[in-house]
Design a protein around this ligand. Structure first.
Ligand code: GLU
Length: 548
């Protein structure tokens, strides 16, 4: 068969360069020894998830701790799944978590010398290499219809054979020249398939940077390399791109492990050395006592938008992911509590080999701890940025008064006290936590453990006695006096010694006041809260609590 003629007929493009030219256009990168070039290669589907952040963080840390490059490539070969604005959303979402690209799609950088970074714009490179494979007898056109392929799959399934296009099932592999040209002149659509040279009887040893040594079976599938629209499949495109973009390390999900034999063969026939690969394990969660993969449908926490919407503190999410990415991160962090996580020596070898367990409770814990390290001003800035994007109109109006919010935060966070409090977990919850300081969002639940007369008696005596000029001690002396006046023990010790002699203790009186003023039975120091609210608001709240 005249393979040159066949290649020219199948790929008649006039814009293809001689293959050596691509070597010149994309020369090896000039980087220090040991520098790793990593990439994130998402499809622009608009759904950016925790798994993306998880591997992007590993990519970013490895590139930046070795003096390398981390770039963004958009794998947009599937036009149907493309969503407008998805690329910007990937960049924005990752930036929120301090994961920044050095180079790539939509990144403004002088380093952008290995583009275009959108696969659709690289069609001529893939087609040039596909054409070369046809010329070398390593690829061929396949005219099988979807229907025919389904039939073959059914037959293979019935015979309990491996499904796919291989061996005797690779019908178009052995088409004669006449058959090919007659199909072409009949206008039949075709794909280009690899003519696999492999044999499944052969086993190969592969060193995965995360999983360690693994044994893989040689590929014998004639996989599609160019689809009928002339656009490459992931397999073919990624091999060419990772070679010409001079990637040294591919970190990707373990769902790609099964395609590894195909990729090994593609690199071989293309004549490219393979980059190193590290296959990350899937993120799992415990659900009803059993471990399962995080799912897009069932778990909102899989989407990165969830973390921004809930107002997670980005450093906390990153630190949490670091704890699952590198088993020694937690210990390092314990020894270096105030160090920035970027000082940690991240290594791919310490990444887990099997199912990484994602635990939202642990993330919440880390988040509380991280937020408790902020000053009131920093917390204000963090909450305010969330409020501006995700808060209600009422929230935005409240946050216009920064002094008032900062005084609330000083109290809530226990700043200046003996122990910092860890009540704020994320912005959404933090903003809700301070809602009672504002009249329009004050939503009291008046549930007392005492009868209405007792409650009203306590409230009216305290309203009459309250003086905003009192210090904490003076304030508490008044609460005690009110307690004694209404049949409660003014001292805890008196109450404990003889509980049946009293309605309750001074603590119960404080609880009544707390419910009236804050709408809840638990809050930080009530005297300080009343100071922040101011005498007018306090008087109003005590009065309306008596009416209800
Ligand atoms: N586009 C592929 C994906 O989104 C990328 C896999 C890879 O990183 O090579 O799964």
């Amino acid at each position: 068969m005249d393979l040159k003629k066949l290649a020219n007929t199948l790929i008649p493009d006039t814009d293809l360069l001689p293959l050596e030219k691509y070597e010149e256009i994309y020369p090896p990168r000039n980087l220090p020894r040991g520098a790793e070039v990593t990439r994130l290669a998402p499809s622009p589907t608009g759904f950016i998830h925790l798994g993306n952040l998880y591997s992007a963080l590993a990519d970013e840390r490895i590139a930046h701790t070795t003096g390398g490059i981390f770039y963004l490539r958009i794998e947009d070969t599937d036009e149907k799944r493309r969503v407008e604005g998805a690329v910007e959303s990937v960049i924005r979402s990752l930036k929120y978590f301090n994961v920044n690209f050095d180079e790539g799609a939509e990144i403004d950088s002088p380093l952008n010398k290995y583009g275009p970074y959108y696969q659709r714009q690289r069609a001529s490179i893939y087609r040039a290499f596909a054409k070369d494979l046809i010329e070398r007898g390593l690829a061929y056109p396949c005219f099988c219809t979807e229907e025919e392929l389904n039939k073959v799959r059914e037959e293979q399934t019935a015979k309990k054979l491996i499904t796919g296009y291989y061996g005797e099932y690779a019908k178009c592999r052995n088409l004669s020249e006449e058959e090919i040209y007659s199909n072409l002149s009949a206008g039949k659509p075709f794909v280009i398939r690899l003519k696999s040279q492999g044999n499944t009887a052969n086993k190969l040893t592969f060193r995965d940077r995360i999983k360690g040594e693994i044994t893989v079976t040689e590929n014998d599938q004639d996989v599609v390399i160019l689809k009928s629209d002339g656009i490459p499949t992931y397999h073919f495109a990624h091999a060419i791109d990772d070679y010409f973009m001079r990637t040294t390390l591919v970190i990707r999900g373990e769902e790609w492990l099964s395609s590894l034999p195909v990729h090994i063969e593609l690199f071989k026939v293309l004549g490219f050395p393979m980059p190193a690969y590290g296959h990350t394990c899937s993120l799992m969660k415990v659900d009803n006592g059993t471990k399962r993969k995080l799912s897009k449908r069932k778990d909102p926490e899989l989407s990165l938008d969830y973390y921004r919407g809930e107002g997670y503190y980005p450093v906390a999410v990153v630190k949490y992911l670091m704890t699952i990415l590198n088993s020694n991160f937690e210990e390092w962090e314990r020894k270096n509590p105030s160090a920035d996580y970027t000082q940690f020596k991240f290594t791919i070898e310490k990444m887990g080999r099997s199912g990484a367990l994602f635990d939202l409770d642990k993330l919440n814990d880390i988040s509380k701890t991280e937020l408790s390290k902020l000053s009131a001003e920093e917390m204000y800035a963090f909450l305010n940025s969330w409020v501006q994007e995700f808060g209600s109109d009422a929230d935005r109006a409240h946050f216009a008064d920064s002094n008032y919010i900062i005084s609330i935060l000083n109290l809530i966070m226990g700043i200046g006290g003996k122990k910092r409090r860890k009540d704020i977990e994320r912005a959404k919850q933090g903003v809700a936590l301070i809602a009672y300081f504002f009249d329009d969002t004050f939503a009291p639940v008046y549930e007392y453990r005492f009868d209405k007369d007792t409650v009203n008696g306590v409230l009216s005596s305290f309203a009459a006695a309250y003086d905003p000029a009192d210090d904490n001690q003076g304030w508490f002396a008044k609460v005690k006096a009110v307690a004694a006046e209404h049949g409660f023990a003014a001292e805890m010790s008196e109450y404990k010694a003889n509980p049946s002699a009293y309605k309750g203790s001074v603590a119960d009186v404080a609880e009544i006041l707390r419910i009236a003023v804050t709408g809840m039975p638990n809050s930080p120091d009530l005297c300080t809260i009343m100071g922040i609210l101011g005498p007018e608001r306090c008087a109003k709240r005590l009065a309306s609590a008596m009416e209800k």
